[in-house]
Design a protein around this ligand. Sequence first.
Ligand SMILES: C[S@@+](CC[C@H](N)C(=O)[O-])C[C@H]1O[C@@H](n2cnc3c(N)ncnc32)[C@H](O)[C@@H]1O
Length: 337
Amino acid sequence: MVLSRLKLQSERKLTKQICRVVLDHFEKQYVKELGDSWITIRDILTSPSCWQHAILFNRFNYPFELEKDLQLKRYHTLLQGYFPYYPESLTCYVSRIPGRIPSERHQVGKLKRYYLLNAASLLPVLALEIQNGERVLDMCAAPGGKSVALLQCAYPGYFHCNEYDNLRSKWLKQTLESFIPQPMMNIIKVSELDGREIGDLQPEMFDKVLVDAPCSNDRSWLFSSDTQKASYRLNQRKELPLVQLELLRSAIKALRPGGSLVYSTCTLSKAENSEVISQVLNSHSNIFPVDMKEMASTASHDFTFAPSGQEYGLLVLPDKGKAWGPMFVAKLKKSVS
Ligand SMILES: C[S@@+](CC[C@H](N)C(=O)[O-])C[C@H]1O[C@@H](n2cnc3c(N)ncnc32)[C@H](O)[C@@H]1O
């Protein structure tokens, strides 16, 4: 019953219509920014039947049976064994063949066994290199996929998950309740602040900060069902870099000297990615970019990265058999003095 309902839902998703006004807008911008790569990216983004889903296991309710099934179906673990930082407690399975297993329903008192996500979402989490005992801020956290992934990597001493939007914050709380055992919730604080205020409210408080910023979500915007709403969003799109910059300024204030932050988006747009990082670097003498070349070379088995134009970060480009992204990831470090 549940399985057939979920199957119906995902079939409906596959038949969703592409929003012409968004596609035309992206076409103009991304041909300029990405050249010929845009053709492949466009084909993948507009063909949900090619999309892949990664399966992140919950270490607090490990799905041993599912693991056997996935191995029989030739799924393999993502990145394990290659990556500069890859905790043993993190398990994520992927398949090169498109398709998805149904997501689990929320059941009070029962932890979910897995979370379905775009595998590129793990890159910002891994780039943070979180260690046990650290104080961590997830500034824009709902619906909570990266918060759950961070808690698969280590046991932070304090974990602050923030989400400005009231409804999405409820969703975030439900995600945490569904994946994290009750005793561990004692180290987690959920708040509904404007992330831009956190730096002044909690200066130099955190060892690590994740800014998974609000952005033009290219994959989902292409399937907007309301053309008027889509046109409005496209108009407002130019406001996003300022919000992103303000969130980053706040994150820098919230970071202790010597701490590091990761900035990520799920758009291909240069204005929201490398240009935001360049502005931060030009206006903060105490912030330095962290080189991500090693991360890119070890991850290239599973991901396709933009070959150029990304001086301070990595841009994951959706590709055939590696339909992950778009995802931009940059890492910055605050100097000690
Ligand atoms: C890309 S989503 C985050 C996804 C999340 N990190 C995850 O992995 O599930 C960005 C989130 O930022 C929230 N947001 C927008 N403006 C914000 C602000 N000023 N402060 C904090 N969060 C904000 C949005 O409501 C949205 O939920």
